[in-house]
Design a protein around this ligand. Structure first.
Ligand code: FE
Length: 159
């Protein structure tokens, strides 16, 4: 149990880094987007991300840990890929490229939160499990929204 508790603490701190660094990054992706609905969706996700960072801090405290920020080379790499491919894209395809970049990050968050909430459950941290499930559901909903936007609006106009 001690090993899993340590993994949970480290994982929560690392996802706190992700949410903290992602909020301004989503905002700048929103500014780079041309499609009005995409811009609005990314701005809403940026605001949601700020709230998620606050909740992760609460979760860390609820499991008896300090609300400290870890690190994520993965997020930095995913953001770098997203920015580079958006910069290289032809104008008509840029929004479609931005969307897949944002979705790739959402998938990363979904994978991390999926594990963290199960670890919290195994350790008997019921409140942490519940809050992490709420965030996981938000990440899934955000991904689905971006997916629908890509399929219905952005991909058809990227050609
Ligand atoms: Fe998030």
């Amino acid at each position: 149990m001690k090993a899993l508790a340590y993994a949970l603490g480290r994982g929560l701190k690392d996802i706190l880094y992700v949410e903290t660094a992602l909020a301004p990054a989503l905002q700048s992706l929103a500014e780079a987007a041309a499609h009005k609905e995409l811009r609005g969706a990314l701005e809403r996700h940026a605001a949601e991300t700020v709230q998620q960072a606050k909740i992760v801090k609460d979760i860390l405290r609820s499991v008896g840990m300090k609300a400290e920020t870890g690190q994520s080379a993965a997020l930095e790499g995913l953001l770098a890929d997203c920015r580079r491919s958006a910069a290289e894209a032809e104008a008509s395809a840029r929004d479609a490229i931005i969307v897949v970049g944002a979705q790739t990050i959402k998938h990363y968050e979904i994978a991390r939160y999926g594990a963290l909430r199960e670890w919290a459950k195994t350790l008997g941290y019921d409140e942490a499990h519940m809050l992490l499930t709420t965030i996981l559901d938000e990440e899934r909903a955000a991904n689905l929204k971006l997916n629908n936007l890509a399929i219905n609006s952005l991909n058809p106009t990227a050609i």
